[in-house]
Design a protein around this ligand. Sequence first.
Ligand SMILES: [Zn+2]
Length: 100
Amino acid sequence: MLPIIDNRDVFRDPNGYVIQGSYLCADCTDRADADETHSDDWWPLGVDETDVPNHCEECGGLIFESLTSDGVAYVRDALVRGTGRAEVLATWREAYASYL
Ligand SMILES: [Zn+2]
């Protein structure tokens, strides 16, 4: 299973960021180039709901975000069909158990 980055109960900080189009979890953002993290072109993840689970481009971890109804349907469909990498599906099954 992949890491699940979920700081909601710990820091109440975003679980990740989109920085210049790249998805990074909070842990990898801390290690990212300072110039990138100070870019104006970024927004936080884990604050709003998402239609599709997002993974960190550095470590592959799931950046936990609440799911919209479309997101729930997407995850359920992927798990039923078994489409995608097994470790990704196992991670989604664990992270989104309360939705399934
Ligand atoms: Zn990461």
